[in-house]
Design a protein around this ligand. Structure first.
Ligand code: ZN
Length: 524
């Protein structure tokens, strides 16, 4: 950890004073923030000096809700289908991928979105059988809540016409009752339990690849929202070996699809690079795939989505987890799921460690639900970037009454709910925080349609939600989120000032340098 002085820039501290021109780093932490002339005079001679040349410094971004290992899976060994726009292209991609790895026991892919396909439908077993008649294929929908599999995969899992779906899951069937290859929510576990899991070495490669990718976007604090026990062991070992290049907030699961019994609580663990003090639950599915649990039917199909849990079971697990001193982070998108979660949180009483619980995504809260969340001090982790990347799904699938309150970030802030913006990557491909800020400000989707434009927030609010917001959501605002003496020197040097940029040009701002604990870990 070298001493560093960044000077001659515009330091957006997110604290008081809000702007400075220099920041000095000692022993991995911020030593002082102030005027370049003063800091240049006082810094010791061995310090590395970085002339910012007028560029902007912000606190390292915090992606409060992401799936690090899944980002890394796509970066290392998984077939990426996030840009595919037709069924034939899916079939081609699977065939080519299988040809390239003829010894692979399974073909795993991710990222299709039927709303982005010419045919406006998901691939089925028949399509995937064309691509791979013998090797099992599992394609995860972009949301991670639906999979499309071929006949070989159904056979390996023993799924046939007579197979019943587990609680909180759906096996789609054709008119003859045969599985179509599409499995929703907990029914995905019927497949995942027979897919060979990654090795510890595979997992570590995925984690490092993903964190390095995020560092190139200025993200110095990330999150892995939903990890299984073997992956948690890999994180612990990587932290012990100093192998984590960025800070990660890892959230173990207590319910893993395909595993019958709840996972016991692991050991709480906090180090400089790794936090394990939050348990993730999933109350419902996703909006873009119409599995989020609504109070009314979706527009395009006569159903209301999926509540994944029997309420009593979820309440019991939440109470045990809360009483043991953990923070809860529950995925709840539809208003029915949000209602279930707020009811459960309201029944828990005071937290033994004084922690505030989180609601992930928080996609369709009503005004009354926002007030209940604020009263509970709930922290929300929504994704403005969904508006841009998945807006066309929302416009097609959401009833008129619900579309105006899709990801209502303005209303969250106005209700007094603390907000941490995030990407949920790899659910969306573009996990650049500046693109997320742009979406929060413009509320426009990929096709230029505005979605609930009155829910726009300001660029200053968006920057705060991507820095301080994430620090609060991880419970570590004492060490990160602002540029103040004593906090970790986790910084991003930007090519331009986002506060004065044209909102449409925000994603064009480059991250020139990323610094973690005073070390330059990325340079463009
Ligand atoms: Zn997620």
């Amino acid at each position: 950890m070298s001493d560093v002085l960044l000077y001659n820039g515009r330091v957006l501290t997110q604290a008081t004073p809000d702007v400075a021109t220099a920041v000095a780093v000692r022993d991995g932490r911020i030593a002082s923030v102030g005027a370049s002339a003063d800091l240049l005079r006082s810094v010791n001679g061995r310090a590395k000096r970085i002339d910012l040349g007028g560029r902007t410094v912000v606190p390292g971004f915090n992606d409060a809700h992401a799936h690090v290992w899944k980002i890394g899976h796509l970066l290392t060994s998984m077939l990426d289908l996030r840009r595919v726009t037709s069924i034939d292209a899916v079939v081609d991609a699977v065939r080519r991928f299988a040809d390239r790895a003829p010894d692979a026991a399974w073909v795993l892919g991710r990222g299709y979105n039927e709303a982005a396909m010419r045919e406006r439908r998901a691939p089925t077993r028949a399509d995937l059988d064309r691509a791979s008649p013998h090797v099992p294929v599992v394609l995860t929908r972009t949301c991670g809540h639906i999979i499309a599999v071929n006949s070989a995969a159904l056979a390996r899992a023993g799924i046939a016409a007579e197979t019943a779906a587990p609680v909180g899951g759906v096996i789609e069937r054709d008119e003859r009752g045969e599985p179509t290859g599409l499995l929703h929510e907990t029914a995905m576990g019927l497949i995942s339990r027979v897919v060979p899991p990654p090795t510890a070495g595979d997992y570590q490669a995925m984690i490092v690849a993903a964190l390095r990718h995020q560092l190139s976007l200025g993200i110095t604090s990330s999150s892995d929202c939903g990890v299984s026990p073997p992956l948690l062991s890999v994180y612990r070992a990587a932290d012990a070996n100093g192998a984590l290049p960025a800070r990660v907030n890892v959230m173990p699961l207590r319910r893993v699809d395909g595993v019958p019994a709840p996972v016991p609580l692991p050991e709480r663990y906090l180090s400089d690079m790794l936090r394990v003090d939050t348990i993730k639950f999933l109350a419902d599915g996703g909006l873009s795939g119409a599995t989020a649990a609504l109070s009314v039917n979706y527009r395009h199909t006569p159903h209301k989505g999926v509540l994944r849990f029997d309420r009593d079971e979820l309440e019991g697990l939440c109470r045990e987890t809360h009483d043991a001193g953990w923070r809860l982070a529950t995925h709840a998108i539809g208003d029915a799921a949000i209602d279930q979660m707020l009811g459960i949180y309201e029944g828990l009483g005071a937290h033994p460690r004084g922690l505030a619980h989180r609601i992930e995504h928080f996609g369709l809260p009503s005004a009354q639900q926002l007030a209940r969340a604020a009263a509970l001090r709930v922290i929300a982790a929504p994704q403005a970037i969904f508006i841009r990347s998945l807006g066309r799904n929302f416009r097609s699938y959401l009833p008129d009454a619900l579309l105006p309150r899709a990801y209502p970030i303005r209303a969250m802030l106005d209700a007094g709910v603390r907000v941490a913006l995030s990407s949920d990557a790899p659910v969306v491909e573009d996990d650049n925080p500046l693109a997320g800020m742009q979406a929060a400000i413009t509320r426009r989707d990929d096709e230029g349609h505005a979605i609930a434009p009155e829910q726009a927030i300001t660029v200053a609010e968006a920057l705060r939600a991507y820095t301080v917001g994430g620090a609060v959501a991880s419970g570590d605002e004492a060490n990160r989120g602002t540029i103040e003496p004593g906090k970790w020197a986790d910084l991003a040097v930007l090519s331009a000032n986002p506060l004065t940029a044209d909102p449409d040009a925000l994603p064009d701002i480059h991250v020139d340098i990323t610094i973690v604990a005073g070390d330059v870990v990325y340079e463009r």
